[in-house]
Design a protein around this ligand. Structure first.
Ligand code: 2P0
Length: 341
């Protein structure tokens, strides 16, 4: 009988990323090759991480997966796909089975990109545990075949995922490039989404006529967004990001049966941001929003406007937690009473 003396274990963490230009549609389901380029920012906060511990020992008799400490009855087929790829790459037979233990410090499957950080942390942990070559690109490949957007969480800062050739991802600008850039996340609803992204994007490809029109806009938008980030041009950045979010949700709505991720609060926030941006009558955009496959807004803002925006949120949504909640004054701010929606 073998002992556990050969047990090896690695724990890694990864953060979610939020798409500024959304990935939606796969041209290859098995390898998860996307229909369009996407660009994201990897979140850099203490509150939102996925942690994955992978262990292997000769005494293991099957692969096992624990989520939040609870053993799952079977591994998701995508997780199995990642493990099969590991076995293919370590043909010396040393790897037999693995135990995977994963948990998130934030709600899963609610449009907060938990699958991205979960598969990225799994991919990095497996790459380390088995000492695979070209660690970063190998981890990116493994992450991608687990969940497409996870390929972007391998890198920090502003990350582009190409839809061409081998569909590689890379950091376009590090987070320090735009040091005043901040993200405020509102959790309107943390329940699991009714339609998974995977199913929804398949349905979009089959039924939406707007989908092809969206694809034809991506390259120009990508060039403009990279230029805006390079120049730290928030006005240009905000317009591109908000329009891409709306276009993505319009395509979801054009899908049959429709896929509707936004809720009434999401729509209220959209109106609120535009009213707030126009409040002072100048041409400066203070806040931009984007919504993933869920109702929860990710708001982009520069540091100088954060305090006022948090007061605005507290005024309109007194019961909602923004992630920088500690800084929020509970006093109603009369300045905002002029905003009518
Ligand atoms: C994105 N989303 O670019 C887009 C925007 C949601 C809306 O990538 O099927 O979980 O695992 O590749 O990565 C969510 O889809 O889908 C997603 P799969 P994934 O972030």
């Amino acid at each position: 009988m073998s002992s556990d003396s050969d047990c090896r274990s690695v724990t890694c963490q990864a953060s979610p990323n939020i798409a500024l230009i959304k990935y939606w549609g796969k041209r290859n389901e098995e390898l998860i090759l996307p229909d369009n380029d996407s660009l994201s920012i990897t979140l850099d906060t203490n509150d939102m991480h996925s942690y994955t511990t992978v262990s292997t020992s000769s005494s293991m008799t099957c692969d096992t997966f624990y989520f939040d400490g609870v053993q799952q009855t079977k591994l998701a087929s995508r997780m199995q796909k990642v493990l099969n790829e590991i076995r293919r790459r370590t043909k010396d037979g040393k790897i037999k089975f693995v135990e995977i233990r994963s948990h998130n410090t934030f709600p899963a499957s609610s449009g907060l990109a938990s699958s991205a950080s979960a598969y990225a942390s799994l991919a990095i942990a497996l790459t380390n545990l088995f000492n695979l070559d070209d660690a970063q690109s190998t981890a990116a490949y493994l992450a991608r075949i687990g969940s497409g957007s996870a390929v972007r969480s391998i890198y920090g800062g502003f990350v582009r995922w190409s839809s061409e050739g081998e569909c590689l991802s890379s950091c376009v600008f590090p987070a320090e490039h735009w040091s005043e850039f901040r993200i405020v996340i509102l959790i309107f609803n943390s329940s699991k989404k009714a339609v998974s992204s995977t199913d929804a994007m398949q349905r979009t490809r089959q039924t939406s006529t707007l989908f092809q029109a969206r694809l034809s806009t991506i390259n120009e938008k990508m060039t403009q967004l990279i230029e805006a980030i390079k120049n730290k041009d928030f006005n240009a950045f905000a317009k591109i990001v908000m329009m891409d979010s709306s276009q993505f949700h319009a395509v979801c709505m054009d899908t049959y049966p429709p896929v509707i991720y936004l809720n009434e609060q999401s729509k209220h926030l959209i109106h609120l941001v535009h009213a707030y941006n126009q409040m002072d009558g100048d041409q400066t955009t203070k806040v931009a929003y984007t919504f993933d496959a869920g109702p929860n807004p990710f708001c982009f803002i520069r540091q100088e406007h954060v305090d006022e925006f948090l007061r605005l949120l507290k005024y309109f949504y007194p019961t909602v937690n923004a992630d920088a909640d500690k800084q929020v004054s509970s006093d109603a701010d009369e300045k905002f009473s002029s905003i009518t929606l």
